[in-house]
Write a protein that binds this ligand. Structure first.
Ligand SMILES: [Zn+2]
Length: 194
């Protein structure tokens, strides 16, 4: 059995002890912006972008992609909670570059257990109980980070529910240095209309 639940609850206990006045925070993000980024465990938007509780919305999924659901959150973020500026932040060495839709669907069809990666190819440790449902999912994999950031900024910019006055900035986070590097073509595409 894992101790994960115990560890999480112990950490939460000490968090509660230092919670202070955070119970008084307003619901809308105080600094008025939102970040769409990858779920990668090495990325901590609160740290890399200097956020405290109550500051900003952070929307995360595999790749930080502008999926329908990410756009749903961004639209709520602006329309109901007042954010005025958005960031799309992908990163170097993203796991989403390591497979294609066909690869993950084939792996899942063969077996649901965690696959192995040898640096080049994925394989299943055993072969039972898989399902073909993965062939019906668009996995939003990434071939090139700068391209994916630009695609996603463009998709958000052109969405009919996104107002033209919300600027969308595109960046790639470098997992080796922690630095945010701007994708100029993305930020250009995401510029707000005057
Ligand atoms: Zn990633």
């Amino acid at each position: 059995m894992s101790n994960i639940v115990d560890e999480v609850l112990a950490a939460n206990k000490s968090y509660v002890q230092g919670f202070g006045k955070k119970g008084d925070l307003a619901l809308p993000p105080a600094r008025g912006f939102a970040i769409l980024t990858c779920m990668d465990a090495r990325l901590d938007p609160a740290k890399y972008a200097g956020l405290a509780e109550g500051d900003a919305h952070v929307i995360r999924n595999a790749g930080g992609r502008a999926t329908d659901d990410a756009i749903r959150s961004l639209v709520i973020s602006h329309k109901l909670l007042g954010t005025k500026e958005w960031f799309v932040i992908h990163h170097t060495n993203c796991g989403m570059e390591l497979f294609s839709d066909e690869v993950i669907a084939d792996l899942l069809e063969d077996d649901l257990a965690t696959a192995l990666f040898d640096g080049k190819k994925w394989s299943n440790p055993h072969h039972q109980g898989g399902h073909a449902a993965g062939h019906f999912i668009k996995w939003h994999t990434i071939k090139n980070q700068e391209t994916s950031v630009e695609q996603d900024v463009r998709r958000i910019r052109e969405h009919p529910l996104v107002p033209a006055n919300v600027p969308i900035h595109g960046y790639v986070y470098d997992v080796k240095t922690g630095r945010l590097n701007e994708v100029k073509a993305a930020t250009e595409a995401g510029k707000a209309a005057a």
